[in-house]
Design a protein around this ligand. Structure first.
Ligand code: SF4
Length: 580
């Protein structure tokens, strides 16, 4: 198997390839290799928006070989949190990198003028992007699709105006409707004057034993398509959780003032599927097709002239731009998602920033003087839409502060107790109980996907779990996801990739690992990431937890601060960071 790293320096426009067997043998691929390259490339205290800050894209040994091993991980220093930046995207990128022969790409430096990178196998070119700078992310994709060769095993990733303007939660749009959404990778692209990256490949990927490979492939494929392990993702998709969490009192509503939305039925996954679903799409190499696309009809003249926009939706955007803003129509939510998509902005952060600002206005911390007459009010889709555009092109200090994220804005204007961020990252859509809070706080990228604390809370709703048991589950998930994210699989398929199946799949591509090897790898990856976080100033003992978490009833009732404190104490003890 090819184990190469492609290095690209935007300042000198040079590129070269290095065989890094050492790196891949010790750290497998994906996030394991990503964190080690970040340590090599990003000295302590580097400004995340400086030419010295690297962008690292990496895939793992199963990508391109097995079903649902479809993701690429981006590793960088986050301009939102100032520490570890890590984001995952599907689409065609991992397949394109596999067939171009690069398991990792490191991008350094800063281009003199707007540029995009074109990678075709070993051929790398830095091309002029002046004419597409300022253009929205979707149109940029259409233009590059027409101008670049390599149809098929090709991927196009690009930023929109939010990335160019260094909005700290700008994302990168990947192919059609996939994203490196979280933690501001789009702003890092923008700081390098890097509008896009196009990857295409024609190489072959061989396996050492075709018969064994076919046997393992068929087994995994059958589990994906013939069992119910992944069924829910195809049918309604993750938005099926809107009704479920609403009933469970776990659906954040109006900036977490409530945990259920009286109008939840109107924005449920079932409602979207019945009235707006247009088609489903899959990442390359996945038979599931969980990407749900809605058709949004907009009138653009009074004479019944309509434009049809296609907008992807799932659970998190419906929470962040729906219930959490009190938006009670599917159409209103789709309009807001569409603005974020065009601007190239993370929907979760954008929604939480707007929900904080709405409450801040209700409480008189800000007025129409700051908002320039936009009334920040629950369910005001038109106002929110204008506000999102103003965040990208800030007309005053207030919108500039919003573009820095909710932690920064609340430090400047007040309302820290209801600024819903953990580790400075705007929180995801779960108010299920203490494991969700602790999980996001201790998680390496402060994401619900680091250790799925929300699902541990839901287990605790069915059978009693004390704080120590919850912490054990969080640590187990932290470590095992480090392994799975080194492969780099779609987390929706984690039920398919049991430890035994991972060992078999690795064996089929010529990599021998034992259970102990995998468990040790998971622990080591976690530790390396924490080393980077601490080096860049993250301090778990002093991390801010908004009071709001303790005020609103959750799936497990009101969360007591003492429970969270006890879980954090247990967590530090079990990690060996503090004596018991
Ligand atoms: S389940 Fe969905 S997100 Fe995961 S690989 Fe398949 S299509 Fe992509």
């Amino acid at each position: 198997m090819l184990r190469k790293v492609l290095y690209i320096d935007l300042s000198s426009r040079e590129s070269w390839i290095e065989e890094r067997l050492d790196l891949f043998e010790d750290w497998m691929g994906g996030t394991g290799v990503g964190i080690k390259l970040l340590q090599e490339e990003c000295p302590a205290g580097t400004d995340p928006l400086s030419p010295q800050a690297p962008i690292i894209l990496s895939i793992g040994p199963l990508n391109g070989f097995f079903p649902v091993a479809t993701k690429t991980v981006a590793t960088f220093k986050s301009p939102l949190t100032g520490e570890l930046g890590e984001s995952y995207a599907g689409g065609r990128l991992s397949l394109a990198l596999r067939f171009a022969g690069h398991e990792a790409v490191v991008i350094r430096g800063r281009a003199e003028r707007p540029a995009y990178i074109s990678i075709n196998d070993a051929d790398v070119k830095v091309k002029d992007a002046t004419s597409i700078w300022g253009i929205d992310a979707q149109t940029t994709g259409v233009i590059l699709r027409e101008h670049e060769t390599g149809v098929g095993r090709r991927s196009i990733i690009r930023i929109g105006p939010a990335g160019e303007k260094l909005v700290r939660f700008a994302g990168v749009v990947v192919d059609t409707y996939r994203h490196f959404g979280r933690l501001g990778l789009g702003a890092v692209f923008g700081s390098k004057m890097l509008k896009a990256l196009v990857v295409s490949g024609t190489e072959h990927a061989d396996v050492p034993d075709a018969r064994r490979y076919r046997e393992v492939y068929s087994r995994l494929y059958s589990t994906v398509v013939k069992t119910d392990v992944m069924e829910k993702y195809h049918d309604i998709g993750t938005s099926v959780n809107i009704n479920v969490l609403n009933w469970l009192k776990g659906l954040p509503t109006k900036n977490f003032l409530l945990s259920s939305f009286s109008e939840g039925e109107k924005i449920s996954g079932e409602m979207f599927a019945d009235n707006y679903l247009f088609r489903r799409l899959s990442c390359a190499g996945c038979p599931i097709g969980c990407v749900h696309i809605a058709a949004l009809k907009s009138a653009f003249s009074t004479h019944h002239e309509f434009e049809l926009r296609k907008v992807s939706y799932d659970y998190e955007p419906i929470y962040s731009l729906g219930s959490n803003l009190g938006v009670s129509t599917a159409e209103g939510i789709l309009r807001l998602i569409d603005v974020c998509e065009r601007m190239g902005m993370d929907v979760m952060s954008a929604g939480v920033v707007l929900s904080w600002a709405t409450e801040a206005m209700e409480r008189g911390l800000i007025t129409t003087k700051e908002t320039l007459d936009i009334p920040f009010q629950w369910n005001n889709v038109e106002g929110y839409s204008r506000a999102l555009e103003s965040i990208v092109r800030p007309p005053n200090e207030f919108y500039s502060a919003l573009a820095m994220g909710v932690d920064y804005a609340s430090t400047k204007y007040g309302g820290r107790e209801f600024a819903m961020a953990l580790g400075k990252n705007e929180v995801s859509g779960y108010h299920t109980g203490p494991a969700s809070i602790v999980g996001q706080l201790v998680g390496v990228r402060h994401s619900h996907l680091d250790n799925a604390g929300y699902s541990i809370d839901q287990k605790a709703a069915k059978r009693s779990m004390d704080p120590e048991m919850m912490v054990d589950e969080i640590i187990k998930e932290d470590n095992s996801r480090g392994v799975f994210n080194s492969l780099v699989g779609c987390l929706f398929a984690r039920g398919v990739y049991t430890e035994e199946n991972i060992i078999d799949a690795l064996g089929a591509v010529g990599i021998t690992k034992t259970k102990d090897d995998l468990q040790s790898l998971g622990r080591r990856i976690f530790e390396e990431k924490y080393k980077f976080k601490i080096q860049e100033g993250f301090d778990l003992s002093h991390a801010h937890i908004p009071k709001r978490f303790y005020e609103t009833v959750s799936t497990l009732g009101i969360v007591a601060p003492e429970t969270v404190e006890e879980m954090l104490r247990q967590y530090k003890k079990k990690r060996g960071w503090e004596p018991g």
